[in-house]
Design a binder for this molecule. Sequence first.
Ligand code: AVJ
Length: 317
Amino acid sequence: MHPKPDLARAATSAFDPVVAQTALDGLTAARKTLPPHLLYDPEGCRLFDAITTLPEYYVTRTELALLRRVGPEVAALIGPGASVIEYGAGSVTKAALLLQALESPAAYAPLDIAEVAVEGTVAAMRKRFPAIALHPIVGNFMEPIALPDVPQPLLGFFPGSTIGNLDRPAAIAFLTAVRQSLGQGARFLVGVDLPKDPAILVPAYDDAAGVTAAFNMNLLHRLNREAAAEFDLAGFRHEARWNAAHSRIEMHLCSRGAQSVSVAGQPIRFAAGETIHTESSYKHARGAFLDMARAAGWESEACWTDDAQLFSMHLLR
Ligand code: AVJ
């Protein structure tokens, strides 16, 4: 249905037909939306790294402190000789903290859709943990995946509240796929951000220095390059909203006025104030998270939070 990409343009820019089609699908829907994975091009990854050290973004430092605190308890529950399978390979620091806490871990297998990410993680770990067997896995963690033959017990690891990007059906599907691939007797350690005062939440996703705004707006830069789009960035602004009914922060790109923007040769019309919903970040209370985990066949083994109850670590079995 969509026009063919302009090949002359494709040759001189980083046109990517998959990105273009994904963008058109989202921008021609009744409510304009783009999948959050599009935020993470190289510049988006750099900006996300900058977000993790912002004063308003409590998520990363709170989870790191919590992991340091509960590491020995996790280690005692798991026992010696475990193999850690990390879903997504974006956090060498957190995985290193976990491996350090465990008693003589046998193997570490980071799973990511991006080969560069798993290779980078494995290279960093090889230096720090020469005695641990390393198994990079390239694959989509939303699908049941064949794991390498590593020693038991198995411990899945999913930090960062990445699960917050998934709505309830997708989160249950993910938790089910992980349970299938890890098998009976495995555990799953999941970092989950908690609901809290919007006065804390909103600035965490709309910081004073404008880094999160740049992270969100970078998506339009990316579409200009990769989807042959013609977004004028001055025509949009970043917005973070707390959606209490769905217990989620939403990031939007808000059109400052009525305008039409060409995307891969197709005009996309915006009303003044109309938005593109670019990311949801669900905040799950303990009970709400465990309800999804149980629907996926898991049971709760332990749950820890920091003293201010900002963030939680769930150990499932
Ligand atoms: C990587 C999905 C956990 O939701 O907090 C941070 C992404 N977006 N600031 C989050 C994000 C804007 C982050 N996750």
